[in-house]
Design a protein around this ligand. Sequence first.
Ligand SMILES: *[C@@H]1O[C@H](CO)[C@@H](O)[C@H](O)[C@H]1NC(C)=O
Ligand SMILES: *[C@@H]1O[C@H](CO)[C@@H](O)[C@H](O)[C@H]1NC(C)=O
Ligand SMILES: *[C@@H]1O[C@H](CO)[C@@H](O)[C@H](O)[C@H]1NC(C)=O
Length: 226
Amino acid sequence: MFALTMWVMLLTLDDYVPKYRDRVPYPGLVIRPNALDMSFNKSDPLKYAKYVQHLETFLRSYNDTEQEKNEDCPRGEYFMQDDTEDMTKKACRFKRGFLSLCSGLSDTNFGYSEGKPCILLKMNRIIGLKPRGDPYINCTVKRDTPIQMQYFPSEGRIDKMYFPYYGKKAHESYVQPLVAVKLLLTKEDYNKELPVECRVEGTDLRNNDERDKFLGRVTFRIKVVE
Ligand SMILES: *[C@@H]1O[C@H](CO)[C@@H](O)[C@H](O)[C@H]1NC(C)=O
Ligand SMILES: *[C@@H]1O[C@H](CO)[C@@H](O)[C@H](O)[C@H]1NC(C)=O
Ligand SMILES: *[C@@H]1O[C@H](CO)[C@@H](O)[C@H](O)[C@H]1NC(C)=O
């Protein structure tokens, strides 16, 4: 009976209200395409089609036409909506166009056909999270000679306007901010498995937890052949 009562209580606990927490947990960092071990032949479209398709599908909700419905929020400030009467929270716009060369708009192959692939990064959604400082993504290749990279939006910035998140039901049109990194590989980098590590920096979010390798960071491998 007690269990049933609890269950009913949990059900009635409004989905609109984020559950009470002592401390907001830290987010994990994830990549798209969702593959920690990527390898493809840049001269063979069949070998990278799955990555390109995955990115294309993933970015649908970021379509400019979709995002026109969202708010054009002021930059550099949290978008607080705690005291609005309205149960439904507004969401800030993130158009795929913000990802420029990695948006799939100008280059529909996301760089895979030229051997300079784009990888998208996003933090997991956490209700109520408000990262301090100016978070940005920094990726490095773990080897002696560095690899040139381009970030979109510039400097891999994650704007504060996309925080806090109010939960699935209240914040229905919310989309996570993305950062794209384009690995500017050259011929010398082909045929090698390159370990890439990306971290969230410039903020109070954890990115070096020994027990959880995905907290604020992610490591993946990529190998390009021609
Ligand atoms: C990559 O694909 C091209 C075109 O299909 C082919 O000629 C080449 O041998 C492939 N390279 C490797 C390492 O499989
Ligand atoms: C997003 O835009 C692309 C290209 O403009 C289009 O092919 C696709 O159908 C759109 N998807 C949605 C969900 O609007
Ligand atoms: C990115 O990370 C590397 C390796 O940890 C570090 O040397 C570099 O200064 C960082 N760059 C920025 C802009 O944080």
